[in-house]
Design a protein around this ligand. Structure first.
Ligand SMILES: [Zn+2]
Length: 216
């Protein structure tokens, strides 16, 4: 099983955003496939892998996982992600440790668990990789929920949000989150990992949000 993403769909090689011929930047060198954002503002991470797009029918898996507190679904989501990761390229064996995005205190109170952390634990078990659950921490708490923010607001909200207080010297890190929307969160977290000495960050997410016409 190779995940549920259609391998024939065009995607940004950096952030896994689904592209169409109409939205693909012009004048790209041959063999390069990047979205406009990654072309103009390259993210700190080297690559992103997603198990599925955050749209029907698979978005319901995430909604049940997070919204209905079904943390036992972490294993199934991790399996889909692991299959997509293995099918993507030969990058998987090069990752040496997994690090989840830390949840806010408000999110932990609301859900009772950190979806990214449980997903990382299940993925680590499948990939036989260590999971550094507490490598990243938040420098501050923010009362606003990310889901309610637009792209530029998200970028501002997460700038300098994450800190890594342990050395990751020389490590290729797999950064795990449940959903990647604009990429602002994983970009901010990847910067903290690189500052801690990581040599490369691969983002691993269950779901990738497709670009929406209303996205600012
Ligand atoms: Zn991109």
């Amino acid at each position: 099983m190779n995940g549920v993403l259609d391998p024939d769909v065009l995607r940004c090689a950096r952030c896994a955003l689904r592209l169409s011929a109409a939205t693909l930047p012009r004048d790209l060198p041959a063999g390069v496939c990047l979205c406009v954002d990654c072309l103009l503002h390259p993210p700190a991470f080297a690559q992103a892998v997603a198990a599925f797009d955050y749209e029907p029918p698979f978005d319901s898996l995430i909604q049940r996982y997070k919204g209905e507190h079904r943390y036992v679904m972490a294993g199934a989501l991790a399996h889909l992600l692991y299959c997509a990761w293995m099918a993507e390229d030969g990058d998987a064996p090069a990752v040496q440790a997994l690090v989840p995005i830390p949840a806010s205190r408000a999110s932990l109170r609301r859900r009772g668990f950190n979806p990214a952390s449980e997903l990382a634990a299940a993925l680590g078990a499948q990939a036989r990789l260590p999971v550094l659950r507490t490598a990243l921490s938040r420098r501050r708490e923010d009362g606003r929920r990310q889901a309610s923010l637009g792209r530029r607001q998200r970028e501002s909200a997460v700038q300098g949000l994450y800190a890594c207080r342990r050395s990751l010297s020389g490590l290729h890190v797999g950064l795990v989150d449940d959903v990647m929307t604009t990429g602002s969160t994983v970009d901010a977290a990847a910067r903290a990992l690189l500052q801690a000495g990581a040599v490369r960050v691969t983002v691993l997410v269950a779901a990738r949000t497709p670009a929406a016409p209303s996205r600012d």
